[in-house]
Design a protein around this ligand. Structure first.
Ligand code: MTE
Ligand code: HPA
Ligand code: MOS
Length: 761
C-alpha cells in the first residue's frame, strides 16, 4: 500500500501549520533572543520597540501567569529569561505584531545590557567544574577489573562524535486560537501533543483541559520536535491568553538553527580488552555528553547511550559511565537514535583502534563477538530472537564480504590518486521508551453508520508513514477496504495523555491500541451478525466486507451489518488502551528488561576518496535489515534509506561549529552541509531479513524508524580505511564527522606530507 500522504505531498496540497488559512485578526509572534551565551541581564528596554506601528504588545517573563518553567524531566529551563541568559539564542522577550515583518523590525529595536559570565562549550570542561545536569550513571555487568589481567590486548583511546541539526523541512511553529471561556486551541508542529498541552497549561497557570492541541502532520521532526516544539506553542498561546486573539509563531530557518537544540555531541574515553582469540573480555567507557544549558531530554538520551554502549556485541564484563554535562549551548535534545548512535560509535571506534594496533581487519573482531540468543546485555536483559548473526551471515551470502574487500584491495593496489575503503557496521537497537511508564497508548475508533471508519490515536505523522500503518491495522482487523478508513488528526481531546511520537515505538504502541479497539467493535459486530444470520457467533468471520458462516459466504455485507448494529442500539465506537507487557527496569540497580525487543542489521560500505582533493563518494551501502515481517515494505524501505543518508550526513559532512563564545557559526545552509542528491550513496541495496520470530511488534512488523541511522557509522570507518590505504601511518583521531577537510588532513598528515615520494604522481 502506498503512503496515504503521497498524493497530497506530491501535489503540494498537504497541510502544515503555516498553510492553514488564518482567522481574521491573527497576530504574529517573533522571539527576541540573546546574543551572548552566558550573562546577567542588567537592563531591558522595550520602549522603542513598542513604539513601532503595528506592534500589539511585547511580552517578558513578567507576563507569565503560571510558572516560567518548561523543563520536562528536570524543571531547570525558563521559557523567557528572567535575570540570566545561559545560551546564545535563549528567548528573552516575545514581540507580537500585525505581521511577522513588523515583529522582526521591532525585535531589532529592543535594547538589552548584559554583564558577561564565563562561557563553557566543552563537556569535559563542564565535568571538571562539576557542572552536571544530574549525577552520573553507571551500567555494569560482571567485573571488568578482574578481566584486565586476563586480556592479551588492551586498547585505550578517545572517541568523539559531533552534534547534528535536525533540519526538518518544516521549521518549528504553532498557531494558537482563542476559544470561548478562555480555552485555547493550539495547532502545533509537535511530536508530543500532550507535552505541549501539559507545559502550556503549566506556564499559563490553567488546567490541562483548557488547552486543546491538534496536529495534522509534521514536515519532519527527527526528535527535534519531541520536546522543543513546546516552546513555540507556548509562545503563541501566551500571547493568545493575554490578547484573546489568534497568534502564529513560526521560526524562520536561521532562528530555528540558532535557538533550538540538536543531537548531543559526545566526547568519550574507552578501554577494550581482548583475549588471544579476539574475544572481547572487557569494555569500559566514560561518556561526556554535551547537554547544553538545560536538561531537556538529556537524561533520557544519556540512558540510551548506556543501553547501546555495547552495540551488538556480547561483552560479559562491561562498565560504562555517563556524565550529562551542562554547557552554554542551546539545550540539546532527541535526535533519531536518541543517544544510541553516540554510544555505538565509541565501541566501534574501540574495535577499529584495536584492529589497527593488531594489524587485523576490524570485521574479524566484530564477527567473533556478535550477540546470540541467550546472551545477556550489560543491563540484564537476555537476548531472544537475536538476529545479529543471521544478518551478518545473510549479508555475507548476498554481498560476499571477502570478495568485496579483495576488490577494494585490488583497486588500491592499482590506483594512486583514488583509494577505496571498506567497512561493516552491524547494529542492534532496543525498541521501547527506556522509561517504562511511557510505553502506553490509546486509540479511539468510530465506525460510522455508512460503514466508513475514523481512527484517532496518539501517533503523529511526521513523514515516517505511521498514519498509513494505523489505517492498515484498522482495515486488516475489520477486513474492509482501505478506502473506508480515515486517520484523523492527532488531538488531545480525542486521545489523551499520550507519549510523544518517538522511540520508533509509535506504530507498535498506537497500532496495538487501534487493534484492540477494532477487535472490540468487531466482537460486537460478529455477535450482531450471529443474531441476524441465526448462527453461532464462533462460526462468523468477516472477509473483504462480507460476513461468512462456517466459511460460507452470506448476503450480509459490512455496511448492512453496521446498520444492523446501529438499529439495535449497539456501540460502533471504542476507546482502547495498550501497555507493553513484560518490560521493566530498576534504576537503583540499573538492571531489568527495558525493551520489548531488539532490531538488528548489518551494513557493508565501500567508499572512494580523491587523494588530491580529500573529497569522496559513498559507492555502496549494502544492508541486511531485520524487518520481522514488514506490514508496509515501501514505507520501511523509505525509512531505511532515509536513515542511512541521515546517518552518513552526521558521520561525514554535517559539522556543527560553536565558537568559544558559544555562538553557532554553522547557522545556515551555506555553512552547514547536509547530504544532497549528489552525495547520497551511488548504490543502496536493502535486503529484508524476514523472520517469523514472535515479537511484541504490531503484526510482527518490527519498528524501523531509528535503527537505520546507525548504519551511517559505517561510512566514517570506511572513509578512515580509505585514508589509511593512502597514508598507512596516518594518525587520525577518532573524531566524527569525517569531513573532506579531515580526509585531506589525514591523507597528508605530517608523517607523510613532506615526503615527496608519498605524494600522488
Ligand atoms: N522519518 C521521517 N520521514 N521524518 C521524521 O521526522 N523521525 C524519526 C523516524 N523516522 C522521522 C522519520 C524518528 S527520530 C523516530 S523516533 C521515528 O521515526 C518515530 O516514528 P515511529 O515511532 O513511527 O517509527
Ligand atoms: N526514546 C526516544 N524518546 C524518548 C525516550 C526514548 O527512549 N524516552 C523519552 N523520550
Ligand atoms: Mo525519535 S529521536 O525518538 O523522536
Amino acid at each position: 500500500m502506498k503512503n496515504i500522504d503521497s498524493r497530497t505531498h506530491t501535489r503540494g496540497e498537504s497541510v502544515y501549520v503555516d498553510d492553514m488559512p488564518v482567522i481574521a485578526g491573527t497576530l504574529y509572534a517573533v522571539a527576541f533572543d540573546s546574543v551572548v551565551a552566558h550573562a546577567k541581564i542588567k537592563s531591558l528596554d522595550l520602549t522603542e520597540a513598542e513604539a513601532v506601528t503595528g506592534v500589539e504588545r511585547i511580552f517578558t517573563y513578567k507576563d507569565i501567569t503560571g510558572e516560567n518553567q518548561i523543563g520536562g524531566i528536570i524543571p531547570d529551563e525558563q521559557l523567557l529569561a528572567e535575570s540570566v541568559v545561559d545560551f546564545w539564542g535563549m528567548p528573552i522577550a516575545l514581540v507580537v505584531a500585525e505581521s511577522e515583518e513588523i515583529a522582526r523590525v521591532a525585535a531589532k529595536k529592543i535594547k538589552v545590557e548584559f554583564e558577561k559570565l564565563p562561557v563553557i562549550v566543552d563537556p569535559r570542561e563542564a565535568a571538571k567544574q562539576n557542572k552536571l545536569i544530574m549525577p552520573p550513571r553507571t551500567f555494569q555487568n560482571g567485573d571488568t577489573s578482574a578481566q584486565w589481567a586476563k586480556c592479551e590486548h588492551i586498547i585505550e583511546g578517545i572517541a568523539e562524535s559531533g552534534g547534528q541539526e535536525h533540519l526538518y523541512i518544516e521549521t518549528q511553529g504553532a498557531y494558537a486560537v482563542p476559544l470561548e471561556n478562555g480555552n485555547i486551541k493550539i495547532y502545533s508542529s509537535t511530536q508530543g501533543p500532550t507535552a505541549v498541552q501539559r507545559t502550556t497549561a503549566r506556564v499559563l497557570g490553567l488546567p490541562m483541559h483548557k488547552i486543546e492541541v491538534d496536529v495534522t502532520r509534521l514536515g519532519g521532526g527527527f526528535g527535534g520536535k519531541e520536546d522543543q516544539a513546546t516552546t513555540w506553542a507556548i509562545m503563541a498561546a501566551l500571547a493568545t491568553h493575554h490578547l484573546k486573539r489568534p497568534v502564529k509563531c513560526i521560526l524562520d530557518r536561521m532562528a530555528d538553527m540558532r535557538m533550538t537544540g540538536k543531537r548531543h555531541p559526545y566526547s568519550s574515553d574507552f578501554k577494550l580488552g581482548l583475549s588471544k582469540d579476539l574475544k572481547i573480555l572487557a569494555f569500559e567507557a566514560t561518556f561526556y555528553q554535551n547537554a547544553g544549558a538545560a536538561a531537556d531530554l538529556s537524561p533520557a538520551v544519556l540512558e540510551r547511550t548506556l543501553f547501546h554502549a555495547n552495540n551488538t556485541y556480547n561483552i560479559p564484563d562491561a562498565k560504562v559511565t555517563a556524565y550529562s554535562c551542562k554547557t552554554n549551548l542551546p539545550p540539546n535534545t532527541a535526535f533519531r537514535g536518541f543517544g544510541g548512535p553516540q554510544g555505538m560509535f565509541v565501541i566501534e571506534a574501540a574495535i577499529v583502534k584495536a584492529a589497527e594496533e593488531l594489524g587485523i581487519e576490524p570485521t574479524v573482531i566484530q564477527e567473533k563477538n556478535l550477540l546470540k540468543d541467550g546472551d545477556m546485555f550489560h543491563y540484564g536483559q537476555i537476548t531472544a530472537g537475536c538476529m545479529a548473526k543471521n544478518c551478518w551471515t545473510r549479508a555475507d551470502e548476498l554481498y560476499n564480504i571477502k570478495k568485496t574487500r579483495e576488490e577494494v584491495d585490488a583497486f588500491n593496489a592499482k590506483n594512486k590518486l583514488y583509494k577505496k575503503g571498506f567497512a561493516i557496521m552491524p547494529i542492534c537497537f532496543g525498541i521501547s521508551f527506556t522509561k517504562t511508564l511511557m510505553n502506553q497508548a490509546r486509540a479511539l475508533v468510530h465506525v460510522y453508520t455508512d460503514g466508513s471508519v475514523g481512527v484517532s490515536t496518539g501517533a503523529v505523522e511526521m513523514g515516517q508513514g505511521v498514519n498509513t500503518k494505523m489505517l492498515q491495522v484498522a482495515a486488516t482487523i475489520f477486513s474492509i477496504s482501505v478506502n473506508r478508513v480515515k486517520v484523523e488528526t492527532t488531538n488531545t481531546t480525542r486521545v489523551s495523555n499520550t507519549s510523544p511520537t518517538a522511540a520508533s515505538a509509535t506504530a507498535d504502541l498506537n497500532g496495538k491500541a487501534t487493534q484492540l479497539a477494532c477487535e472490540a467493535i468487531l466482537g460486537r459486530l460478529k455477535k450482531r451478525a450471529a443474531i441476524e444470520l441465526k448462527a453461532n457467533e464462533n462460526d462468523i468471520t468477516i472477509k473483504d466486507e462480507v460476513v461468512y458462516v462456517k466459511g460460507n459466504k452470506t448476503e450480509l455485507t459490512w455496511p448492512k451489518l453496521v446498520t444492523a448494529c446501529f438499529i439495535n442500539r449497539e456501540s460502533l465506537a471504542e476507546h482502547a488502551h495498550y501497555a507493553t507487557p513484560e518490560i521493566h527496569f530498576d534504576t537503583t540497580k540499573e538492571r531489568g528488561h527495558p525493551f520489548a525487543y531488539h532490531v538488528y542489521g548489518t551494513s557493508l560500505y565501500t567508499v572512494t576518496i580523491d587523494c588530491i582533493r580529500g573529497t569522496y563518494d559513498i559507492d555502496s551501502v549494502r544492508v541486511v535489515h531485520d524487518y520481522g515481517k514488514s506490514m508496509n515494505a515501501a514505507i520501511d524501505r523509505g525509512q531505511i534509506e532515509g536513515g542511512i543518508v541521515q546517518g552518513i550526513g552526521w558521520m561525514t559532512m554535517e559539522e556543527l561549529i560553536y565558537n568559544s563564545e558559544g555562538r553557532l557559526m554553522s547557522n545556515a545552509l551555506s555553512t552547514y552541509k547536509v547530504p544532497d542528491i549528489y552525495s547520497v550513496p551511488k548504490e543502496i541495496l536493502i535486503h529484508p531479513l524476514e523472520t517469523e520470530v514472535d515479537s511484541l511488534a504490531i503484526f510482527n512488523s518490527k519498528a524501523v524508524g531509528e535503527p537505520p541511522i546507525m548504519y551511517g557509522i559505517g561510512a566514517y570507518f570506511a572513509l578512515r580505511n580509505a585514508v589509511k590505504a593512502f597514508n598507512p601511518s596516518a594518525n587520525i583521531p577518532l573524531n566524527a564527522p569525517m569531513t573532506p577537510e579531515k580526509v585531506l588532513m589525514g591523507l597528508y598528515e605530517k608523517s607523510v606530507a613532506f615526503k615527496s615520494e608519498a605524494l600522488p604522481v
